[in-house]
Design a protein around this ligand. Structure first.
Ligand SMILES: [Zn+2]
Length: 145
C-alpha cells in the first residue's frame, strides 16, 4: 500500500508521521511525566496512538528497542480495533493474547520472512534495526534453535 514491501529497514517513525494520517489515524507525543511507565499506548476508540517522547526520540535515532515499541503499538492499532478485539476469560492460547499478537506483528514488520530468510542473526539485527532479542525471535521462527 505504501511501497515499503521490499524495504529492509522499516521506517517506523516516518510511517507513523506520514502514512498513519492517511489511514485516518493520529499520533500524539506525550512527556515522560504524562505517560510515566508506559512507552506507548493505543486508543483504538479515538484512533490515537500515544507515544512517550523519549521513545519517539530514541526511535528517530534508530534505537532498536524504541523502534520495536512503535511497531508493537502499530500492531495494536491495526489489529485490535474495538470490533476486532474480544476479551477472554480464563486461560487462552498464547497466540490469542493481544500482546503476543502485537509482538508477532512487530517482528514480522521489521524482519519479514521473505526478505530475511537467507540472513544470519547479525545481519537481521543490523539491516532491520532490531535488538538481538527481537532478531533472535524472528530468526528462530524459521531456523529453529
Ligand atoms: Zn502491547
Amino acid at each position: 500500500m505504501f511501497g515499503l514491501g521490499d524495504v529492509l529497514y522499516f521506517p517506523i517513525v516516518r510511517f507513523i508521521e506520514w502514512c498513519l494520517p492517511q489511514l485516518g489515524l493520529n499520533y500524539e507525543i506525550l512527556t515522560v511525566e504524562e505517560m510515566s511507565n508506559t512507552y506507548g499506548l493505543t486508543n483504538t476508540k479515538r484512533n490515537v496512538l500515544y507515544i512517550r517522547e523519549d521513545v519517539y526520540c530514541g526511535a528517530i535515532k534508530g534505537n532498536p528497542r524504541d523502534r520495536f515499541t512503535l511497531c508493537h503499538e502499530l500492531g495494536h492499532f491495526l489489529l485490535h480495533t474495538p470490533d476486532r478485539v474480544s476479551f477472554a476469560r480464563g486461560k487462552i492460547p498464547a497466540y490469542r493474547d493481544p500482546e503476543w499478537q502485537a509482538n508477532a506483528f512487530a517482528g514480522e514488520l521489521m524482519a519479514p520472512h521473505y526478505l530475511t530468510y537467507h540472513m544470519n542473526l547479525d545481519e537481521i539485527m543490523v539491516q532491520c534495526g532490531m535488538s538481538r532479542q527481537a532478531a533472535q525471535i524472528q530468526y528462530k521462527l524459521y531456523h529453529g534453535k
